[in-house]
Ligand binder design. Structure first.
Ligand code: IPE
Ligand code: IPE
Ligand code: MG
Ligand code: MG
Ligand code: MG
Length: 296
C-alpha cells in the first residue's frame, strides 16, 4: 500500500477511535469532575492511535468483525495514554509537552496526573470486563493479555529498566530487552487483540506476535531517532528529552545511521513473519511502512 493511502487509512481509523473514546469517557458532573476534565484532556485531540488501529487492522485482515474490536482497541489506547501521563511526570522523564499540548501535570497538577493515569488504567479493564458482545472466554483472554503486556514482564518492567539505566552504559542486548518490554509489549498486545477477536489459531497467533515484537522495536528505534532529529512542532513533545535525561537509546548506542539500519533489518523480519499467514496482509504491511518511515 502506498504511504499516501496509509495516511488516509490512519486518519479515518483514527477518527473512529477518537469518537469511541469521546463516548467512553464523557464529561461527567460530579464533585470529582476534574478527573474527567483531565482524562479527556489527555485522551482526546491528539495521538496517532497506532495501537488501537493495529487492533482494528489485525481483526480486519483475519476476517473478524472490526466492530467487536472497537472497545478492546480503545482499552489499549487508555493504557497507552496512562503510561504517557506517568512517563512525563517530574519523577520520570519530566517533560512539559505531549501531543502538542502542556502535559497533564503542567495543565492540572502532579496529583491529578497520577490519579488520571490510575483512572485510565483501571477503566481499561472495566470496559473489557463489561464488553457485552464478546463471550467470557475471549474477554478473559483479552484481560490476561493486556495485564501481562502492560505489567512487570511488559511495559512497567520496561519503564523500570529505563529508570535504572539512566546515566549508565548498557549493552545492545540490555537495550533490546528494555525496549521489548517498554514499547514492543503493548504493540504486540494490540496485534494479539486482533488475533484473539478474529479467532486466530495458536500458530497464527505466534506469527502475529513475532510481527508485533519486531515492529514494536522498530517503533521505539524511530522514536529515539526522532527525539534527536525532529522538531517540537512536528513531534508534539519535547525534543532531546533523552539526552537531557541521559537515557540509553539506540541513537546513543549506535548513532543515527546504524540505528536506522537496525530498524530496517527488524522491519524485514516483521514482514517475513506475516508471509506465513494465509491472508492478505497488505494493510499491516502498510502500517509497518508507516512505522518505519514516520516523521512524527
Ligand atoms: C510514544 O508513543 C511513546 C512510545 C512508546 C515511543 P506514540 O508515538 O504512539 O504516542 P502518541 O500516542 O502518538 O502520542
Ligand atoms: C515511553 O518511552 C514509553 C512508555 C511505555 C511509557 P519514551 O519516554 O521514550 O516516550 P516519549 O518519547 O516520552 O513519548
Ligand atoms: Mg520514558
Ligand atoms: Mg518520555
Ligand atoms: Mg522517546
Amino acid at each position: 500500500m502506498m504511504i499516501t493511502d496509509i495516511a488516509h487509512y490512519l486518519q479515518t481509523q483514527g477518527q473512529i477511535i477518537e469518537q469511541e473514546l469521546d463516548r467512553l469517557v464523557p464529561l461527567r458532573h460530579a464533585p470529582y469532575q476534574q478527573l474527567f476534565d483531565s482524562a479527556r484532556y489527555a485522551l482526546l485531540g491528539g495521538g496517532k492511535r497506532l495501537r488501537p488501529i493495529l487492533t482494528l487492522t489485525t481483526t480486519r485482515i483475519l476476517k473478524g468483525d472490526p466492530h467487536l474490536a472497537l472497545i478492546p482497541a480503545c482499552a489499549l489506547e487508555l493504557i497507552h495514554t496512562y503510561s504517557m501521563i506517568h512517563d512525563d511526570l517530574p519523577c520520570m522523564d519530566d517533560d512539559d509537552y505531549r501531543r502538542g499540548k502542556p502535559t497533564v501535570h503542567k495543565k492540572h497538577s502532579e496529583g491529578h496526573a497520577v490519579l488520571t493515569g490510575d483512572f485510565l488504567l483501571t477503566y481499561a479493564f472495566e470496559i473489557l470486563a463489561t464488553h457485552h458482545h464478546l463471550n467470557a472466554e475471549k474477554k478473559s483472554q483479552l484481560i490476561a493479555t493486556l495485564a501481562y503486556r502492560s505489567g512487570s514482564d511488559g511495559m512497567i518492567g520496561g519503564q523500570v529498566m529505563d529508570l535504572e539505566y539512566e546515566g549508565k552504559k548498557v549493552s545492545l542486548d540490555q537495550l533490546r530487552l528494555l525496549h521489548r518490554h517498554k514499547t514492543a509489549a503493548l504493540i504486540t498486545a494490540s496485534i494479539e487483540f486482533g488475533g484473539i477477536i478474529a479467532n486466530a489459531t495458536p500458530v497464527q497467533l505466534d506469527h502475529l506476535r513475532q510481527f508485533g515484537e519486531a515492529i514494536g522495536l522498530v517503533f521505539q528505534i524511530i522514536d529515539d531517532i526522532l527525539d534527536v532529529t525532529s522538531s517540537h512542532t512536528k513531534h508534539g513533545k519535547a525534543i532531546a528529552s533523552d539526552i537531557l535525561n541521559e537515557k540509553s537509546t539506540y541513537v546513543s548506542l549506535l548513532g543515527i545511521e546504524q540505528a536506522q539500519v537496525y530498524a530496517q533489518n527488524l522491519y524485514n523480519q516483521a514482514i517475513q513473519s506475516l508471509k506465513s499467514l494465509p491472508y492478505d496482509t497488505s494493510l499491516l504491511i502498510g502500517l509497518a511502512d508507516f512505522i518505519l518511515e514516520r516523521k512524527h
